[in-house]
Design a protein around this ligand. Structure first.
Ligand SMILES: Nc1ncnc2c1ncn2[C@@H]1O[C@H](COP(=O)(O)OP(=O)(O)OP(=O)(O)O)[C@@H](O)[C@H]1O
Ligand SMILES: [Mg+2]
Length: 389
C-alpha cells in the first residue's frame, strides 16, 4: 500500500523573519535518505518548527533550498506540497466539527479518490492505528488525547505521502501513553518506511525515534548531525554533550538489545546428572555455579553447593533464576530488571523459554566499554549470591 518514500535534502537553508536581525534558521544543511526518520531536536526557539515548515512551504524560504527527491520545493505550489506531504502537529491538528472518519478522509478527498476507495482507506487506517471502527462516527472531543493523536497520524498517512512532517506529535501526551504511541509509531514505520522529519525537544524521544538526529542550537545552526549511538558516544562539542545529558552512557543502553551483546555462557545442569561432569564444565565457565534446568531447558534456579556435593546433581537451589530476560529485550530494561531483583545476572531465554545464555552486569559493562575492574568480579558475585536467600 505504500508509495515510494522520498529523499529530502536541506541545502544551506536560511529563514530570516521580517523585522528580526538574527536568522531563525541559519545555513542548515542535511540529507535524509528515503525511508529514514530524521529528528530535529534542540532547545525552545532554536528554529525546529521553522525549518520543518519550510519543507511544505507553510513558511517561505529566505535563502538556500529544499529538495524533495532531487527537485526543489520552490518549483511546486504550496497546495500541491500539502497534499503530498503528511503533517502532524501537537494536539490541535483535527477539525473539531468533522467526524474522525471525515478527518482521516481529508487528503484522499482532496486527491479526488472515489467514495468507496476513501471509505476503504479510512477503515484500513483505523485498523492500522488500533482504533475500533465505531470511532469513525465520533467527533474529536469524544476521544482521549492519545486517541486523537493516533487519528492525527492516520490522517497524515491517509494519502500515502512519501514524506511526513511531525512537529512534537506526542508532546502533549502523558508519559505512559506517550511511550505507547512512540512504540506504535516505530512499529508502523518499520512496516511503512516513510521518510519522516520528526521535531521534538526531548532528547530521549529523539534517540528512540531517529535514524539520524540533527541537534540545533539557538539561531537555527546545526550543532551535530549523527546517528543516536554516534551522538551519545561522540558529542561534537560541549553544547551537544550538555544537551544529550550526563547519563549518555546509560542512554546508550536504550539503543541495544540483549541479543546485541556478548552473553556469558553459564553452565546448565540437570537433576541426576553426574556432578563431576558439571564441575568440569564449570572450570572454564564465566560463572562459578550452574543453572539447574528442566528437561525442556527451562531454568529452575541457581544450584547450591549442596546440590553439587554428591555424585549426582540434587535439586537444591541457592536462589531462583529471577529475573529472566529475553533476547529481544532492550538492554536498559534488562538492566533495570537485574537491579530491581538485586542480582547481577539473569538467564536469557528464547521464545520457548529455554536458556540461551546469561546476562550479567559485567557483560553489560563490557558492551558500554566500562572498565571491567570497576565491576565486581564473579567471585564477589558468587559470595553475594550464596548469602542471598
Ligand atoms: N512569525 C514569526 N515572526 C518572527 N519571529 C518568529 C516567527 N515565528 C518564529 N519566530 C522566531 O523564530 C525562532 C524559531 O522559532 P521556532 O518556532 O522555529 O522554534 P522551535 O525550535 O520550534 O521552538 P519550540 O521548541 O518552542 O517549538 C524563535 O526565536 C521565534 O521567536
Ligand atoms: Mg516548535
Amino acid at each position: 500500500m505504500s508509495s515510494d518514500a522520498a529523499s529530502l535534502e536541506l541545502r544551506e537553508l536560511v529563514k530570516r523573519y521580517p523585522g528580526t536581525d538574527e536568522p531563525a534558521v541559519d545555513k542548515l544543511s542535511l540529507e535524509v535518505p528515503a525511508g529514514e526518520v530524521c529528528v530535529l531536536v534542540g532547545p525552545s526557539g532554536c528554529g525546529k518548527t521553522t525549518a520543518m515548515r519550510m519543507v511544505n512551504r507553510m513558511i517561505e524560504i529566505t535563502d538556500g533550498d529544499i529538495l524533495l527527491d532531487g527537485s526543489s520545493v520552490t518549483d511546486r505550489s504550496p497546495a500541491e506540497l500539502r497534499r503530498e506531504i503528511g503533517y502532524v502537529i501537537q494536539q490541535i491538528g483535527l477539525f473539531p466539527h468533522r467526524t474522525i472518519g471525515d478527518n482521516i478522509a481529508t487528503v484522499p478527498r482532496l486527491l479526488g479518490w472515489d467514495k468507496q476507495r476513501v471509505s476503504d482507506r479510512v477503515d484500513e487506517l483505523l485498523e492500522l492505528i488500533g482504533l475500533d471502527a465505531e470511532m469513525r462516527e465520533r467527533y474529536p472531543a469524544q476521544l482521549s488525547g492519545g486517541q486523537r493523536q493516533r487519528v492525527g497520524v492516520a490522517r497524515a498517512l491517509a494519502g500515502d505521502p512519501p514524506l511526513m512532517l511531525m512537529d512534537e506529535p506526542f508532546g502533549a501526551i502523558d508519559p505512559i501513553n506517550r511511550e505507547r504511541l512512540q512504540n506504535e509509531f516505530l512499529r508502523l514505520q518499520a512496516e511503512l518506511r516513510k521518510t519522516i522529519v520528526f521535531v521534538t525537544h526531548d532528547i530521549d524521544e529523539a534517540i528512540k525515534m531517529g535514524d539520524k538526529i540533527a541537534v540545533l542550537r539557538k539561531g537555527g545552526k546545526l550543532a551535530q548531525f549523527a546517528s543516536p549511538a554516534e551522538l551519545l558516544m561522540y558529542p561534537a562539542d560541549p553544547f551537544v554533550e550538555d544537551f544529550v545529558g550526563a547519563d549518555r552512557a546509560l542512554k546508550r543502553l536504550a539503543l541495544q538489545r540483549v541479543r546485541d551483546i556478548d552473553l556469558w555462557k553459564g553452565v546448565l545442569c540437570h537433576k541426576g546428572e553426574s556432578t563431576a561432569k558439571v564441575r568440569a564444565r564449570l572450570a572454564d565457565a564465566d560463572l562459578e555455579f550452574p543453572l539447574l534446568v528442566d528437561d525442556e531447558g527451562r531454568p529452575l534456579g541457581w544450584l547450591s553447593d549442596r546440590g553439587l556435593a554428591g555424585e549426582r546433581v540434587m535439586e537444591d537451589l541457592r536462589s531462583r533464576a529471577e529475573p529472566t530476560v529475553e533476547m529481544d529485550d532492550i538492554l536498559r530494561d534488562a538492566l533495570s530488571d537485574l537491579l530491581a531483583n538485586q542480582t547481577m545476572y539473569g538467564p536469557v531465554l528464547d521464545d520457548q523459554g529455554r536458556v540461551q545464555g546469561i546476562l550479567s552486569l559485567r557483560a553489560i559493562a563490557g558492551a558500554l566499554n566500562i572498565r571491567p575492574e570497576d565491576v565486581p568480579d564473579s567471585a564477589e558475585l558468587a559470595a553475594e549470591a550464596s548469602s542471598s536467600p
